[in-house]
Ligand binder design. Sequence first.
Ligand code: GAL
Length: 370
Amino acid sequence: MKQIIAIITLLLGTLSAMAQMSTIPTPPAEGVVNAHGGCIIRVDSLYYWYGENRPYQGFTTEVGVSVYTSRDLQHWQDGGVALSVSEEAGSPIERGCIMERPKVVYCPKTGKYVMLFHLELKGRGYEAAQVGFAESDTPTGPFRFIRALRPNADKWPKDFTKKDIKKALEQRPDDYKDWWTPEWRTAIKKGMFVARDLKGGQMSRDMTVYVDQDGTAYHITSSEDNLTIHINELTPDFLSFTGRYVRVAPGGQNEAPTIFRHNGTYWMICSGCTGWAPNAARLFSAKSIWGPWKQHPNPCRGDGADKTFGGQGTYILTLSPVEAARLEISDSPYPTHIFMADIWNPKHLSHSGHLWVPITFENGMPVLRF
Ligand code: GAL
């Protein structure tokens, strides 16, 4: 595991600054992996790191989604732009929109690489709360934009009974002028915002994609005004929603979902909702992706644990024992899981840093030690 830390030191050269959580120095652009809120996949012997290509100043998307490649997770080459913004006025991905948290998965059914990402329409702040879909024949792209929408229009969560639906429909946002009161929280739990957004589809902001062992893919997203995580099943081509979904921790204000499976248990690590500022990580587990999900204490330990060591999670990279041994990262007979996080630099988002922490298990629980 120590070797992983060494790799990251080599990779970015800013680890000690991160450890002290000091302000990240502004390195020249060529020293920067401008791929934030991203993910890593492996195809044959190459790793592909996708992420938000952010401007040095401002926060809208001017370029698109970047891709970098590596053979060893240490040395990265700039692979250019995997998904480009559109120059066409009125396109959902028009330059000046906001593309966040891109996740790429290979779809065996179609033989394509599919990218899902959080999309905000140009000039509309964060109100659109949509998910975008793009597809490519090759991992480096160019990815072709397909559509953007809010998931699950006209669909109730899969575990909602007729009685639950009735209760949700009885909750009226207009009856709650003030948020955060105990009554408002109860109404949120009952599905007030699910009912509010039923027609146009459920809001979708911070997100990840998870492909389960049986090949079914799930889109996991912060919905209901960032109050509740939704786990949405994708169709076999990974390009639409089946309409089956569940809610996790209603009203819990979880963002930045990341997920992995270990020894038959699904583990989800989220952040709280404090914008670019780091906060304490939240841990959940379930025996089935459909839940029930149980919340556990913060999995981080040591200095900076209450602020996720200055980072906000984006992805959990799982390496098989063979891969981890080949990369001299671990000789464990079990898979290695690496929690990837962004150290946001809101003044210069392009130069936000990266933090990778190996996940270890202590008394059967995942632990992140810086
Ligand atoms: C964070 C979120 C980021 C981005 C940012 C904008 O909470 O995780 O993905 O949306 O807010 O302020």
